[in-house]
Design a binder for this molecule. Structure first.
Ligand code: FES
Length: 153
């Protein structure tokens, strides 16, 4: 057997032995792909049967201290861990009821604070300090796996 014939046989053998691995890898990937398309994520906020929608991840919440999601069709949502019980979440519509600026959670004050005219809202959305007079709408929120889910409807 000359060198060229030997290399041709090695090449055929390599392709033949790699084929099952390549097919398994393809079928494995397509299964993962199918699962990921069905899974609701913050980037794909499909509401569940109960009306909960993903707005972010637990890792993001713990890193930033709050999650502001403006991607939902129903309007923006701001989620924090309840300062009185970190296992519970609090979710509000962060649109200030005074003139519509977006409030942010201030950990040191344990309040939602509006940057425009300094209205302050408690964790349950109630007005602590005006000029705003109406509370922030609140939503039910929960952790499921690594996802933060909010029921906005
Ligand atoms: S818009 Fe928030 S206090 Fe005025």
């Amino acid at each position: 057997m000359d060198r060229r014939t030997f290399l041709a046989w090695v090449g055929v053998g390599w392709v033949a032995s790699s084929l099952p691995v390549a097919l398994a890898a393809c079928s494995s990937n397509s299964t993962k792909s199918d699962n990921s398309t069905n899974k609701a994520t913050a980037a794909n906020p499909t509401p569940s049967a109960e009306g909960f929608q993903p707005v972010g991840t637990v890792a993001e919440l713990d890193r930033k201290g709050q999650i502001l999601n403006k991607q939902l069709a129903s309007g923006p949502v701001l989620v924090i861990r309840n300062p009185d019980n970190a296992n519970n979440l609090a979710a509000v519509n962060p649109t200030c009821t005074h003139k519509g600026c977006t409030v942010a959670w201030k950990t040191n004050k344990k309040l939602f604070v509006c940057p425009c005219h300094d209205s302050e809202f408690a964790v349950d959305g109630k007005v602590v300090e005006g000029p705003a007079k109406k509370p922030l709408p609140t939503y039910e929120a929960k952790i499921e796996g690594d996802s933060i889910l909010v029921k906005v409807s």
